[in-house]
Design a protein around this ligand. Structure first.
Ligand code: PMP
Length: 416
């Protein structure tokens, strides 16, 4: 996206190269962690020069940091299209945000989750109260499975865990339609937008989603901050997620009065720098959505076609190749171990992909043949068109000629 852009846009969406010596590293691992935008790292530097304790001090730096921190909440709320009375809780990441919500569910809430969900969205709920839906084979299958399960439930409180975009296939789930089904049965919804938010607009008010969770480190901000955004009622009724300073209004000999609002669940000194950096990334992405989507769409299409044309390469799908996609292509190669593919791409071609089961073991078991492992190439702002050509050529070379002879793959280790 950086090529041929006006300077201001280039500045906002630019990503740094990892090292001066590695000038053209091909990054296809945005699905795991995306590099922080240069504009975000500049924000971090600015805040680091000034920061003081949030909500706890009267001095200039405390006031300034508190103002930036609260402004960050508003920018994060806008990024996901929150309603005016939604709250933004700053968390460590998506895992933490979903765990917080699991902690806040009213007693005996029935949870509905597809087995295709990332473990962060599948595992935080009480297993006795979770209805697991099988991995769907199409969007309409997903809707049907949900409808059947909700129709059979007599629980008073229900919540459906929806994946925005799948971390293995990149397929975008039919969020609006799933929320419609949930609403029909008076179930609430939580959207795992860890993979969706970096690539597509999220609009929880428009889609009718009750809560959304996402991570800064996948959204072009540094590690350590994420968010849970959504309805206040269940969060304010729950005991604090981190009972500690900041979450209390008053502590007496006989009891504690807890805060309401985000502070209730943000015990301890918050990661203000992380939240401000996350908000800076959100704002940059919002300003350039169409450009980002166009960039990723073109690269994704070329990558998919290029890999599909190589004999023995099989692309991995669940909902189907016709679904919109956030720029992920996962594949296997007949007769070649996935870890070997990613090693060869890294060591011989300077390409970063990921191989494995992607914290979605049940999904991989259902849709990937063999040992359930695949290679994932995930596109983002650091990926350029010539990187896509390099990846396609690298895979083709591996299929046709095997690994370069300088390497010895016969041992358990990888010897250069
Ligand atoms: N959900 C999805 C769909 C993901 O891809 C990930 C990260 N791989 C997570 C949740 C968890 O995110 P984090 O590790 O940032 O908590």
């Amino acid at each position: 996206v950086a090529e041929g852009l006006p300077r201001t846009v280039h500045h906002e969406l630019g990503v740094p190269t990892i090292d001066r010596r590695v000038v053209d590293f091909a990054n296809f691992d945005h699905g795991a962690t995306a590099p922080a935008l240069i504009s975000v790292t500049e924000t971090v530097e600015k805040v680091q020069r000034t920061y003081g304790s949030v909500h706890r001090g009267a001095g200039y730096t405390s006031r300034q940091t508190t103002a930036w921190f609260e402004q960050a909440r508003r920018e994060i709320a806008d990024f996901v299209g929150a309603r005016a009375d939604d709250q933004v809780v700053i968390t460590r990441n998506t895992t933490d945000a979903l765990r917080l919500l699991a902690h806040a569910l009213p007693r005996r809430t029935q949870v509905f989750a597809w087995e295709s969900a990332h473990h962060a969205a599948l595992l935080p709920w009480s297993s006795a109260r979770t209805t697991r839906l099988p991995v769907p084979h199409s969007a309409s299958d997903a809707l049907e499975l949900l409808r059947e399960a909700l129709a059979a439930s007599t629980a008073r409180h229900k919540i459906v865990v929806i994946t925005g975009a799948c971390n293995v296939t990149g397929e975008v789930w039919p969020v609006r339609e799933l929320v419609e089904v949930a609403t029909e049965f008076e179930a609430r919804t939580v959207l795992d937008a860890a993979q969706l938010a970096p690539h597509h607009r999220v609009d929880i008010a428009d889609w009718g989603v009750d809560w959304v969770a996402f991570s800064g480190h996948k959204t072009y901000a540094p590690y350590g901050a994420g968010a849970l955004v959504g309805r206040t009622d269940w969060l304010d009724a729950a005991t604090p997620y981190l009972p500690a300073g900041g979450a209390t209004r008053a502590v007496g000999a006989r009891g504690v009065q807890w805060q309401t609002g985000p502070a209730r669940h943000e015990g301890g000194t918050p990661n203000a720098v992380g939240a401000i950096a996350l908000a800076a990334a959100c704002s940059a992405l919002t300003r350039h959505r169409e450009r980002i989507e166009a960039h990723e769409r073109v690269l994704h299409q070329r990558l998919r076609e290029g890999l599909e044309a190589i004999p023995g390469v099989r692309l991995v799908h669940a909902l189907g190749p016709e679904r919109p996609n956030v720029g992920v292509v996962s594949f296997t190669i007949d007769g070649i171990d996935c870890s070997l593919v990613s090693q060869v791409l890294a060591d011989e071609h300077g390409i970063a992909v990921r191989d494995g089961r992607f914290c979605a073991h049940l999904l991989c078991d259902a849709i990937v043949g063999g040992r359930g492992c695949a290679v994932r190439a995930s596109i983002g702002l650091a990926t350029q068109p010539h990187h896509v050509e390099r990846l396609i050529a690298g895979v083709r070379r591996l299929v046709e000629h095997g690994p370069a002879s300088a390497y010895d793959h016969t041992d358990a280790g990888w010897v250069a």
